[in-house]
Design a protein around this ligand. Structure first.
Ligand SMILES: Cc1cc2nc3c(=O)[nH]c(=O)nc-3n(C[C@H](O)[C@H](O)[C@H](O)COP(=O)(O)OP(=O)(O)OC[C@H]3O[C@@H](n4cnc5c(N)ncnc54)[C@H](O)[C@@H]3O)c2cc1C
Length: 391
């Protein structure tokens, strides 16, 4: 039976970030195997992502992960170059603009306080300032907005994932096209993974980076991972409206939009009671007609005349306890590490999480950024660490 020191189940952006950071860690001398069920990556969250990064979260841990994500993305060409060829991950710097009506003002201000304490470059704008700065925006019903001034923006998710993967391979990581069907558990350890074809690979440790497949995989080791697949639809439209400033705007009701090429991308964060577990890829066109378009046209009158060009659906891996990452080993199984439940912000967190997983595997602790608050204990205790700013 083949043996690898570390087996990573799932080779999209999180699995590849873990593979890259682990193989780059000066204290690591072992072997790494990444098992990816679908090497076309056609339907994983990474490929279907909006690929945006922000520092405007409500919890310090999420802010700090994204701050590292921004630094990593800015230097990706340097860090991930292979044979002198630097990848271009297509980063476009642009701030998020969170809008609040009167009843959302207190939360916006509280978030601003946390963000400033973490050194986020962000400004609170009152209604007058919003109207002056963004003359295309309908501001009558707004109380304020929170605008990211630096560090935020969007990138090419596919390029980041492939750059991580390419660099990991150059550093000795092995990728194989295979689905992990079963984790072989003996007491407190995973001793091997069984693949769909029935073969087995023995291992020293396993990382679960299987996205929306993570809960099913965890169940094969007897672990109940509270992560569900929730559909998100993204629409691309053209509009005659000219918006000279490039921002990702989040309306108080949850509808968001940002520029993309000659048009705009948009979508909406659904309320919990309208957001069932879902695995299909059917685009919910009624969502656009009934919810998104009216909100867009109200906020930017010029969007009344927009035309949808195309749309797609993808899935968030939602942590149903608190919409935050679950990171690290479950206390019952010491060599099975989780990085799941990203709930829509995993692309930007992948560099920080990949680095954290490498540290846990090599040193058994966080060496740079302490992410212990994202561990299993809060899940086991039923103590949510709720993130308010979910888009
Ligand atoms: C519409 C949409 C918009 C988004 N926008 C943003 C955004 O703006 N910013 C942001 O930061 N994040 C965003 N996200 C979230 C982000 O894309 C995800 O959090 C992130 O890509 C998760 O990466 P992952 O590698 O964990 O999972 P995935 O990309 O889903 O990859 C999991 C991989 O595991 C493989 N796999 C599954 N089961 C197995 C198995 N048993 N064995 C082997 N392989 C397996 C799958 O084939 C897949 O390739 C968005 C997501 C969606 C859907």
């Amino acid at each position: 039976m083949a043996y690898f020191d570390v087996v990573i189940a799932g080779g999209a952006v999180v699995g590849s970030a873990a593979a890259y950071f682990l193989s780059a860690h000066p204290g690591f001398t072992g072997s790494v195997l990444v098992l990816e069920a679908d090497p076309s990556y056609a339907s994983c969250a990474t490929t279907r992502s909006l690929a945006s990064i922000r520092h405007q979260f409500s919890t310090p841990g999420n802010i700090r992960m994204s701050q590292f994500g921004s630094r990593f993305i800015a230097q990706a060409g340097e860090w991930l170059a292979v044979d002198g060829v630097a990848p271009d991950v297509g980063f476009h710097a642009a701030g998020y603009l969170f809008l609040a009506s009167a009843d959302g003002l207190a939360a916006l201000q509280a978030n601003h306080g946390v963000q400033r304490q973490c050194g986020v470059d962000v400004a609170l704008l009152d209604r007058q300032a919003l109207a002056l700065r963004f003359p295309w925006l309908h501001t009558q019903d707004l109380a304020a907005g929170s605008l990211g001034l630096s560090g935020e923006g969007w990138l090419d998710a596919h390029s980041l994932m492939h750059a991580l993967r390419r660099k990991a391979i150059a550093q000795g990581v092995v990728y194989r096209a295979a689905r992990v069907a079963q984790l072989r558990r003996q007491g407190e350890r995973i001793t091997a993974v069984q693949l769909q074809d029935g073969s087995e690979v023995a291992c020293g440790a396993v990382v679960n980076a299987a996205g929306t497949g993570a809960a099913a995989l965890a169940a094969t080791a007897g672990i109940d991972l509270p992560v569900q697949s929730r559909k998100r639809c993204v629409f691309f439209f053209h509009s005659p409206a000219q918006l000279p400033h490039s921002h990702l705007v989040i309306d108080p009701g949850g509808v968001y939009f940002r520029p993309e090429g000659a048009g705009f991308l948009c979508g909406v964060a659904l309320p919990e009671d309208q957001d069932p577990e879902c695995f299909d890829f059917e685009v919910q066109h009624t969502l656009f007609e009934e919810t998104i378009w009216p909100a867009l046209a109200r906020r930017v009158p010029g969007f009344e005349a927009l035309r949808v060009q195309h749309a797609w659906a993808g899935h968030y891996d939602v942590n149903t306890l608190d919409q935050n990452l679950i990171l690290g080993a479950h206390p019952a199984v010491s060599n099975l590490l989780f990085a799941n439940g990203f709930s829509g912000h995993g692309l930007q967190q992948s560099p920080a999480v990949g680095r954290a997983l490498a540290e846990l595997l090599v040193a058994g602790r966080f060496e740079t950024l302490d992410l212990s608050a994202f561990g299993w204990q809060r899940v086991i205790d039923g103590r949510p660490m709720r993130e308010i700013n979910v888009v």
